[in-house]
Design a protein around this ligand. Structure first.
Ligand code: NAI
Ligand code: MG
Length: 365
């Protein structure tokens, strides 16, 4: 059997800087754990535009469809702001998500003890926090028709449509329930069934899937406004949160800030199972290309490294190895190693991107 395959699309700005550290970790797994990957690299975003005049070539798109997992850095930068919308760097990312049909976006909000002081909440509210938000990513109000701005009765009207089919709800619900089986067997499904028909259908379908296929999972329902409130009041009550595209966009950013820096946040976007049983998958840090610090060796590589840990867990069935990597990150943080974005008011000397990567490799050893 051939090795599992990874396509690396490092992208722009700090993307290639943080991805360099991930590449060393991928090599470490081959050398030290007998987990060899077939790694190929290609261009996305502004880097692809500079080379080919498009933010993602058809060839790269085809490769992404074939591999077991795509690792993406970040795209965009001020240099590309002048470009036409159709070739903007972000379009490369959107095309990947759309054509791979990555409908389940997994956003963990996990608080490392060493960084609990970084949270906007009191330490005891967030210490040990470990939430996973599953956001539907390919439908809902960002895509629903009709949409547009048009004239009506002598004034302009802006229109978007929240629209979900049963099958769209069912497939992302299954993703959340499968995830819950690996965690705490609990899912909180979030909508506004009190005021939205799409929310009524969401609640019905999620409940039916649980009853028929996942009777062991404890399912509760919560209105999105209450969920926002509970996330900042008592976040540790949650384990897996399942929600739609719009609410998920907002709630995942809200939950993320409970844990500190943007430089710490990984994500996974999963689609339907491929012929080999693995889901279509793309892993990427939540942050962007950070043009303000690009090229200075200041970027925190942890978000990208933890994204690779998610790949180990969700694409390669290597949960124990994922935990090993997460523990290495935890140890380095507990030792007080900090990139500039993790420096508290007490100050200290930050390490560089490569120093942070080296410390994590050393902790793995
Ligand atoms: P950003 O996430 O790039 O940066 C926001 C702030 O966080 C900056 O001060 C940056 O220095 C800091 N930061 C981000 N990641 C960091 C890391 N790993 N270590 C240390 N500090 C970090 O968001 P911004 O500034 O709004 O966007 C910059 C560019 O990135 C834009 O072109 C935007 O379109 C693009 N972008 C791309 C995304 C993606 O590729 N998924 C997501 C968000 C933005
Ligand atoms: Mg957002």
């Amino acid at each position: 059997m051939s090795n599992p395959s990874i396509l690396i699309l490092a992208g722009d700005g700090i993307g290639p800087e943080v991805m360099d550290e991930v590449k060393k970790i991928i090599t470490w797994y081959g050398d030290k754990r007998g987990l060899a990957f077939d790694v190929t690299e290609d261009l996305v975003g502004g880097a692809a535009y500079d080379a080919h005049g498009v933010p993602l070539t058809d060839e790269t798109m085809a490769k992404a469809q074939e591999v077991d997992a795509v690792m993406l850095g970040a795209v965009g930068g001020p240099k590309y702001d002048v470009l036409d919308f159709s070739v903007k760097p972000e379009r490369g990312l959107l095309r990947l998500r759309k054509e791979m049909d990555l409908f389940a976006n997994l956003r963990p909000a996990q608080c490392f003890d060493a960084l609990a002081d970084f949270s906007s909440l009191k330490k005891d509210l967030v210490a040990g926090l470990d939430i996973m938000i599953v956001r539907e990513l390919t439908s809902g109000v960002y895509f629903g028709q009709p949409r547009g701005i048009f004239e009506e009765n002598g004034e302009r009207v802006g229109l978007n449509t929240q629209r979900y089919t049963e099958s769209e709800i069912a497939r992302v619900a299954r993703s959340a329930f499968e995830l819950a089986k690996r965690r705490d067997n609990r899912v909180t499904s979030v909508e506004k069934a009190n005021v939205m028909e799409s929310g009524i259908l969401w609640r019905e379908v999620v409940t039916a899937i649980r009853d028929a296929e996942y009777p062991e999972i404890e399912l509760s329902h919560m209105y999105a406004d209450n969920c926002a409130m509970q996330l900042v009041r008592r976040p540790k009550q949650f384990d897996v949160i399942l929600t739609d595209n719009l609410f998920g966009d907002i709630l995942s950013d809200c939950a993320a800030m409970l844990t500190g820096s943007l430089g710490m946040l990984p994500s996974a976007s999963l689609g339907a199972p491929m012929a080999n049983g693995r889901p279509k998958a793309m892993y990427e840090p939540v942050h962007g290309s950070a043009p303000d610090i690009a090229g200075q060796g200041k970027a925190n590589p942890i978000a990208c490294i933890l994204s690779f840990a998610m790949a180990l867990r969700y694409s390669f069935d290597q949960g124990d190895e994922a935990t090993r990597l997460e523990k290495a990150v935890e140890k380095v943080l507990a030792d007080g190693v900090r990139t500039a974005d993790l420096m508290g008011p007490e100050g200290g000397t930050p390490v560089s991107t490569t120093e942070m990567g080296a410390k994590i490799l050393a902790a793995l050893d």
